[in-house]
Design a protein around this ligand. Structure first.
Ligand code: PXL
Length: 273
């Protein structure tokens, strides 16, 4: 069985980061090994969460993995909380990447704004960190921040998307996936670029009005699992768009508060079959 290390926080409430990555990757038949970076009572859209930073626990875990000779087929990084974590995880990638893939979701913002707690210096360092990835998966907000482009919402032409994707691979990664793109009303999906073969992919699904928190983490988890299973970039993007759209559909009418995320649990059977 393939094995992925996934490096991100545990937010106890709010269905994001490890609480979606572990079940999704496991349902896909890929072993998911968490490297938790912080423990939060809930993600940061809930005001004033209790946060236990785990930066000083990371080294002990990875030292043990090294002594035990543990290897990974892929490393998937998500929300990282600080500049020092970027440094430490950068070293972890150097140590453990081996022949596996490095998949980076530069989680730091959405809807044109940085998440609470992130400063402009983090954006510059994240852009540098993305150069360590084989595949990066920013949303439009994160792509615009890292490339210094003005954010104009989710509506772009095919040429705009190609230009952004090419510039993203210029950060040093060979493949880039841009999430949350819309080229026509009622459609939302992802665009991707493989700079090695100069190939573009576009995959759109039905757009449902409203905010669906945590869908970026769901999308990234499916992609990482699919790539570990040997799907091509285009196939992985299709799997992720289709699963994410299904999760959103299963949440319509059950949105007491969008901060609780989407009902992905009801869709996990799609990944197991
Ligand atoms: O879904 C992204 C995410 C992950 N982890 C934490 C967050 C957020 C977004 O707000 O706050 C802790």
């Amino acid at each position: 069985m393939k094995r992925i290390a996934t490096v991100q926080d545990i937010s106890c409430v709010g269905r994001c980061s490890l609480t979606v990555a572990l079940p999704i990757i496991s349902a896909m038949g890929v072993e998911a090994c968490p490297l938790p970076t912080a423990l939060l009572s809930a993600h940061t859209l809930f005001p004033n969460p209790s946060i236990c930073d785990l930066t000083d626990k990371i080294q002990g875990i990875t030292d043990h993995w090294k002594r035990a000779g543990i290897k990974f087929d892929g490393i998937y990084t998500g929300y990282l909380g600080s500049l020092s974590q970027l440094d430490i995880i950068s070293d972890f990638i150097d140590e453990f990447r081996g022949d596996g893939f490095v998949f980076i979701d530069p989680v730091m913002g959405d809807h044109g704004r940085l998440y609470s707690g992130f400063k402009p210096e983090y954006v510059a360092r994240m852009a540098e960190f993305c150069g360590k990835g084989d595949i990066i998966v920013p949303n439009i907000t994160e792509a615009c921040l890292m490339l210094g482009i003005d954010y104009i919402g989710d509506s772009y032409t095919r040429d705009d998307l190609r230009d952004i994707l090419r510039r993203l691979t210029g950060l040093g990664t060979s493949k880039a996936i841009l999430t949350g793109v819309s080229m026509q009303p009622g459609r939302l999906g992802a665009a991707a670029y493989d700079s090695v073969n100069d190939e573009y992919f576009l995959c759109m699904g039905e757009k449902v009005e409203g905010r669906f928190h945590g869908t970026g983490d769901i999308f990234a988890s499916v992609c990482a699992g699919a790539l570990a299973k040997g799907e091509t970039l285009g196939q992985a993007v299709e799997s992720a768009v289709s699963f994410t759209c299904e999760c959103i559909k299963l949440t319509i009418g059950d949105c007491e508060d969008s901060r609780f995320g989407v009902n992905f649990e009801k869709a996990l059977h799609i990944l197991t079959n």
